[in-house]
Design a protein around this ligand. Structure first.
Ligand SMILES: [Zn+2]
Length: 68
């Protein structure tokens, strides 16, 4: 998996209001851990929308889909 490819597809305008509390979402770099077939992958500096109000991480639909 290539994080660089994910970054290229993330655009600021894809972040709407927080789906959790409706607060303002700003882009930040976050750390994601992801389990796949019994292995743990940790991705650092992944661009994601972070709610300034509750701290919820809002990945874009495209990125979230890749993590399924
Ligand atoms: Zn929120």
């Amino acid at each position: 998996m290539e994080i660089g490819g994910i970054q290229e597809r993330v655009r600021r305008e894809e972040y709407g209001d927080c789906s959790f509390c409706g607060g303002e979402v700003k882009e930040d770099r976050v750390e994601l851990d992801y389990r796949y077939k019994g292995k743990l992958f940790i991705f650092q500096n992944v661009p994601a929308g972070v709610c300034q109000q509750c701290g919820e991480k809002n990945l874009t639909a495209k990125v979230a889909k890749e993590n399924n």
